[in-house]
Design a protein around this ligand. Sequence first.
Ligand SMILES: [Fe+2]
Ligand SMILES: [Fe+2]
Length: 312
Amino acid sequence: MDFTPVYIASFPLDSFVDFDLFIKQELNRFVLYRSKELPFTFEARERLLYNKIDCLYIQNSDKRKYQHFVETNLTSIIADPNIASPKKANILYQASASMMEELLEKPELGNIERSASVAKGTVEYLLQGRQSFFNLLTFSMHDYYTYSHSVHVCTYAVALAQTLGITESRMLNELATGALLHDIGKSHVPQEIIQKKGPLTGEEMEEMKKHPDYGLHIAETTDIISPLAKFPIIQHQEKIDGTGYPNGLAGDEIHIYGRITAIADVFDAMTTNRSYQKAQNFYDTLKFLVNQRSSHLDMKLLMEFVKLLGDR
Ligand SMILES: [Fe+2]
Ligand SMILES: [Fe+2]
């Protein structure tokens, strides 16, 4: 059996979990600590922390069950003053990435609802201060996968919106949900195109370019996705000079949520490892975008993004 560590902090007190928890002993032996029908009590947590144990283990086969559990408790985990902020970032990042992975596999109603609640959790965490943003960045994966990319784009987009003075939760939640879902349409693009290592043929490119429309179509299957949250999905490939797709919109015709998401999108794509290109560092990427992509991106927003990352 293989095991995965989980933070004790991710279990709200007296919560019931539907998976067994194990403790690691010497020589990598895993012993059952708490079977699934027992609640996680205050005393149990104190006893573990007293013994300087802040991690328990779950069987790998229970990973998704665990992530679902974390997801439903995200708000209380993020609000808990007893959990250190970097730990919250780690728990939130794992939960978001795992949810997105499932959603891209199955872009159906229940999973789309989950994305809105994970987006809300991300906003709640990012509203706790600038350091939250940097904490989330430290857990970001270095290789490019559509699911982790989606989580990163959401983080960058919300942080950029905050620097622009957008601080109302409702506004940020809508942006976060849209940014998280910006590439959801890729779930309708054939896998051999998504995973192709070399450059795409003209025909494959045409299919790939349909992903904003596919995404909008998915978003429109539910009324959970508000009109504002649709802008990141349908407009993140539009360019300021009107050369983008799918609608060739220019300048202010692109909603600010579309322009924010476009910056977050290209920045993350360049700073993670792709099959055909190694990740660039933050500094070189920002320099490239300012010098070479000024006709594609909203320069005013891009300069705010430079300042945001410069604070690091
Ligand atoms: Fe995209
Ligand atoms: Fe993207």
